[in-house]
Design a protein around this ligand. Sequence first.
Ligand code: HEM
Length: 549
Amino acid sequence: TIPITVPDAWSGYLAQAQEISLTPTVILLALVNVPLLAIVLNVLRQLIVPHSKTAPPVVFHWIPIIGSAIEYGNDPMKFFVNCQAKYGNVFTFILLGRKVTVCLGAKGNNFILGGKSTVFNAEDAYTHLTTPVFGPDVVYDVPNEIFMEQKKFVKFGLSTDNFRAYVGMIEEEVEEFLSSDPAFSTYQMKETTEWGSFEAVKVLAEITILTASRTLQGTEVRENLNKSFAQIYTDLDGGFTPINFMFPNLPLESYRKRDRAQKQMSEFFAGFIKKRRTGGSGQHDHDMIAALLNQKYRSGKALKDHEIANIMIALLMAGQHTSSATGAWALLQLAERDDVADALYQEQVKHFGINGEPGKFRPLTYEDLRDLPVLDSVIRETLRVHPPIHSIMRAVRDDVPVPPTLAAPKSEGTYIVPKGHVVLASPFFAQMDPTVWKNANKWEPARWNDPEGVAMMALKEYTDEGGEKIDFGFGAVSKGTDSPYQPFGAGRHRCIGEQFAYLQLGTILSTFIRKMEFKIPTGVPEHNYHTMIVMPKTPRDIQYRRRHV
Ligand code: HEM
């Protein structure tokens, strides 16, 4: 192994990370299921059989097949930090029988996210999870060039014109929610300075789906949210978990519910798409379905109804947990940091206050949202410290040499990642790297206001103003694969929902901060990695108080 010292600052993270190891129950379960002999042979093989010189080092593990699944699944960051110290930036671990090669740091991200899709392939890595949820003929169920066309169609719907229409709609939805949801009953009693409390994740999940359906998803979805749609959504969402990723088809009720819900939701969308095609359902100028109805593939074929339906499901799933988790983390952090919450409030007063009257603000507009540095810095920093996606994977279709600048065997030559492995990039790891970021563990939005600081350099590289742009088939995007800040991924699979997410989160946070003060006596929670998206552990209640009585 290559001796690498753990940077001192990582130790802060390690100390704060939950202590996880093979618990007695897990060991007992494993022992019952895996014959002792298999464990002994597995250990001997790792200790005695010579390791191929070109193969990246393999993380030592006791139990065959299970490999390092428990350590990785409980706390991927801690696992990566420990592995980096033992094996360097490139290593392979066993994840329930799969060989996963991790490439850490900005260089590792560049290697994987900047790789060709014929070599590092997303469809092969994700389709078993996504196709049963999204449905056929979209996203990872089609060849990459077709998916890139579908991304282009969606981008067409995410236009400035539509965004202008969305800001007011989102503000209205949030105001309506705050004045009617029981979690805000203390806020609704207009003349009290008492503290109430709300569950951050629950509230943000509800607000996110309300605002996404009012804007992108369309009136039909918004009107059905409180009816059958909610149950179908819940069942479908139950099929989008790490268990589904590891085991695509198990004879369990949740899998059957997922499959039923996919059909129902696809039919629900297809039903009103048909109505719209025949002109029987009013005006829907600004939603995504309206945009998709007019799109044609390069081959000249129009999108079929079920393709539009399944793209809409994919967008719902891609945007819901990512945005709602980010919103929840931002509020949790603001509740702990009075100084930042106050700066955010003052920014609203400065830009939107009416004649200095307390509690009186003019409505937000899309143009305003683009010029609020404190709000921007709060969202950017939240996505640095709590990015919803901690691991990005690709299936390796061909043997690939690892650039020696990233990692190389001690005895010369290059590592080769063999065909059949999965490669894993973790923008999260690079975003928390103490050798790159000052006080990396600290949520400190002010770092984004220093024009000479690392954060702004990383952002410039990510957004590449005037820099290298590439068109992968969905319009020119900044390359961004080199940056140590990549909360929306990079390269051909880069997120197309970034501007929408900023607009949605910006409007939600502005509306909250105008109306309330927050505190969180229990402190900002640790990360829970047992869900697809990095969530706050419980308790995650925020206390609030009306600003203006
Ligand atoms: C891709 C993050 C919101 C739609 C991605 C990727 C990341 C990401 C990391 C790259 C995945 C990969 O390379 O495998 C986020 C975050 C969000 C967010 C942090 C919010 C804070 C949204 C929203 C939408 C959306 C609101 C839809 C309106 C997509 C799509 C892709 C994508 C279509 C492309 C997948 C591909 O090309 O393989 N997102 N996303 N995302 N996201 Fe988002």
